[in-house]
Ligand binder design. Structure first.
Ligand SMILES: C[S@@+](CC[C@H](N)C(=O)[O-])C[C@H]1O[C@@H](n2cnc3c(N)ncnc32)[C@H](O)[C@@H]1O
Ligand code: SF4
Length: 293
């Protein structure tokens, strides 16, 4: 297989064949994100993608059941091109049942509901949207490029088209404990309205080379301590209302792995958090930010 630069994919796509449709991220301005900082964004030519698919077919034969379209924001490709890619994939791999991609909010807003419906019909089954926060203040501070109303519209288009939406949210992105509470509350409220299939939680990690890292170093952004992280997760869980929502916080950046339906994990997780908060176990300190992106 041919790949350029570092390849990222969400944890549930670990067993997917990755087709690198773009190099980098079409937006690439979020203050916390180091993933595609070193590469200049470009779309790979469709002929190269078709050749990659032929190579994957020769290597994996009929074994491919899942495909992830990388890099950071493949939904930004023109819809016609995405439809052509989906058609090639489904004719190459007879057992294919799942094609997913990352979706930045701005490129999602550039597409109409009708385009998403066409993509769903052609076999795009899941998209991973970086929601990060429901707070306008936080979204602005991290230069996400949209406000919470625009983020909601982006997510709703995907949901309405029938494509499974994974909303990724970043714990600790508010920084100060004061903003943490509002970040948790407004994020949960946004998720309640957006109604994704799955909520993926990640804990904010200051990655070297990013604007956020410089803010942390200068003391302009305060990372939450593990107890504040737990408080934030508790506030988020208490405010979420859709019992059917799936939650996954098993990403390596997280202090507390949660996986399951909200109705099944909410009470136990809150009581577990309350226990840690009352015990103030020092062993928790320093274990919140061990992840890698
Ligand atoms: C490729 S982006 C997701 C799709 C799309 N590019 C977007 O941002 O909407 C990967 C996700 O990883 C998470 N992430 C990136 N850098 C992170 C960091 N330093 N700490 C914690 N989470 C991070 C964010 O939730 C981000 O949305
Ligand atoms: S978080 Fe997503 S949109 Fe923002 S720079 Fe990273 S890959 Fe691009």
């Amino acid at each position: 297989m041919r790949y350029e630069g570092d390849i990222y994919r969400p944890p549930p796509e670990a067993d997917a064949y990755i087709l690198q449709c773009t190099i980098g991220c079409s937006y690439n301005k979020c203050t916390y994100c180091s993933m595609y900082k070193d590469v200049r964004y470009r779309v790979r030519p469709i002929e190269d993608l078709k050749e990659d698919i032929r190579m994957a077919k020769a290597a994996f034969g009929n074994k491919v059941e899942k495909v992830f379209l990388s890099d950071g924001d493949a939904i930004s490709l023109p819809t016609e091109m995405l439809l052509e890619i989906l058609s090639e994939l489904y004719s190459a791999f007879p057992k294919l049942t799942h094609v997913s991609t990352y979706a930045g909010p701005q490129s999602t807003l550039d597409k109409t509901l009708d385009e998403f419906k066409q993509l769903k019909k052609a076999g795009l089954s899941m998209t991973y949207l970086g929601v990060e926060s429901g707070s306008d203040e936080v979204l602005k501070a991290v230069r996400k490029g949209v406000n919470s109303a625009e983020m909601l519209a982006a997510g709703q288009n995907i949901v309405e088209a029938g494509i499974k939406l994974v909303a990724m949210v970043m714990i600790g992105l508010g920084g100060s404990p004061e903003l943490s509470k509002r970040h948790a509350l407004e994020t949960a409220q946004l998720i309640n309205q957006m109604n994704p299939y799955l909520l993926g939680l990640l804990t904010t990690v200051p990655m070297e080379g990013t604007a956020l890292f410089r803010q942390v170093t200068k003391g302009d952004f305060k990372l939450l301590d593990p107890y504040e992280v737990l408080e934030e997760i508790k506030q988020l869980l208490e405010t979420l209302t859709n019992d059917e929502l799936l939650i996954d916080s098993t990403h390596g950046s997280n202090l507390l792995p949660i996986k399951g339906k909200l109705s099944e994990v909410k009470a136990d997780t809150i009581s577990h958090i309350n226990h840690h908060l009352s015990k103030k176990d020092n062993n928790l300190i320093g274990k919140a930010y061990v992840g890698r992106f």
